[in-house]
Design a protein around this ligand. Structure first.
Ligand code: CA
Ligand code: CA
Ligand code: CA
Length: 380
């Protein structure tokens, strides 16, 4: 399915800001206003509509009296995706999902849960890849009700072919009505100044970082450090404008006193990457996580400070998106696009509805997830 991603993002963003519709009786706040450009389904109040693309062959699997489902099955060919339809879930239900390889143990699984529109709620590949635990597991609250929730199992995209097929056991446990997940705003500190010591991001330690300096990005930017900071800040504030995300910087006379996440700016990398973060923090369970942007590589393709402000800003937006639970996507123009770096970094991007880089079916509805995670700016 081909779409114009920038337009989708704009339309969804405007709809979320502009409408304040009462949730239908089943608690589904994911009404047609936000996603009729995705699947045209009419699933409010549990009436069934077209099943989203990729979920047509879902196997209906009712939970037992203990609200549990155990499936023993297998991924038999590379790129197979097994989809199970759990039926309806409500906001405040707590789901606990684990998928482990069984049989000869060759499968490296990944697992995700999707709402009635095929939009991702949670995903996991490896519980602990560092210690070779390639089983998949996640747990957390359902934030909006729906007549169908789908759990999908696929093989991880990374391993060699022989690790991509094999048997698995999927266990789903639901605790109905376990709590009331609420959106909570987030403050993010852009750390322009020199750090007092080494900083740790994503399990890696970086030696003390010097103050942000436009000269490091590109020698021709000397003397334009403040202009570049201003351009980056303006870009990230614009991107998160609809949502309750507050950006502060170390140049502010008063630093935030509440809990905040931090974006550092490093000068170089031996890994040839633009950025790193503590990870995808689904529904922002950690309000003090960190990301780092490596500004040096941007100098190679940014001709002026305005370009650099947009390019670096786009990468800051994507990393903060991860710190708020968004996954990398695979769509030009989407704020979480990680597949088309190159010159697309010079373009304005929008949080939109886009396919994920790391799961073969379903999409990520970033505006909906951000609204459910941090809420809308000013509580609109
Ligand atoms: Ca199968
Ligand atoms: Ca895995
Ligand atoms: Ca976080």
């Amino acid at each position: 399915m081909k779409r114009t991603w920038i337009m989708v993002g704009l339309a969804v963003g405007l709809t979320l800001v502009g409408f304040s519709c009462a949730p239908p009786p089943n608690g589904n706040t994911n009404g047609n206003q936000t996603n009729d450009n995705v699947s045209q389904n009419e699933n409010e109040n549990g009436t069934s509509g077209p099943v989203p693309e990729g979920f047509e062959n879902a196997t209906a699997m009712a939970l037992d009296e203990a609200h549990r489902l155990i499936v023993n099955s297998s991924i038999d060919v590379v790129d197979e995706v097994d989809v199970y339809d759990l039926g309806s879930l409500n906001a405040g239900d707590f789901v606990d999902v684990i998928c482990v390889a069984t049989g000869d143990g060759t499968l490296d699984p990944m697992v995700a849960i999707f709402d009635v529109d095929g939009e991702r709620v949670y995903w996991n590949d490896d519980i602990d890849a560092e210690h070779s635990n390639f089983a998949s597991s996640f747990n957390g609250y359902i934030h909006h009700g729906g007549s169908h929730y789908y759990v999908a199992v696929a093989s991880s995209g990374f391993p060699a072919t022989q690790e991509r097929i094999g048997a698995y056991r999927l266990t789903v446990q639901v605790q109905p009505n376990a709590g009331s997940p609420a959106a909570i705003g987030q403050t993010v500190l852009l750390y322009w100044q020199q750090t007092a010591g080494a900083v740790e991001v994503g399990g890696l330690t970086y030696a003390a970082l010097p103050a942000f300096d436009a000269t490091v990005v590109n020698a021709s930017f000397t003397g334009q450090t403040d202009a570049l900071k201003t351009a980056i800040l303006a870009h990230v504030q614009q991107a998160f404008g609809p949502y309750d995300v507050t950006f502060a910087t170390t140049d502010d006379s008063i630093w935030p006193t509440d809990r905040y996440s931090v974006v550092y700016f490093g000068t170089n990398t031996t890994q040839n990457i633009l950025s790193a973060s503590d990870g995808i923090d689904f529904f922002n369970g950690n309000d003090q996580d960190r990301a780092i942007i490596f500004v040096e590589p941007f100098g190679e393709f940014c001709a002026n400070v305005d370009q650099a402000g947009i390019a670096i800003g786009n990468v800051v937006v994507r990393e903060v998106g991860q710190l708020l639970g968004l996954m990398p996507t695979n769509a030009v123009g989407d704020a979480m696009d990680s597949a088309h770096e190159g010159t697309t970094l010079f373009n304005n991007r929008e949080f939109g509805v886009a396919p994920m880089l790391d799961f073969p079916i379903g999409e990520q509805n970033a505006p909906l997830l951000l609204e459910e995670t941090v809420g809308l700016h000013g509580g609109e």
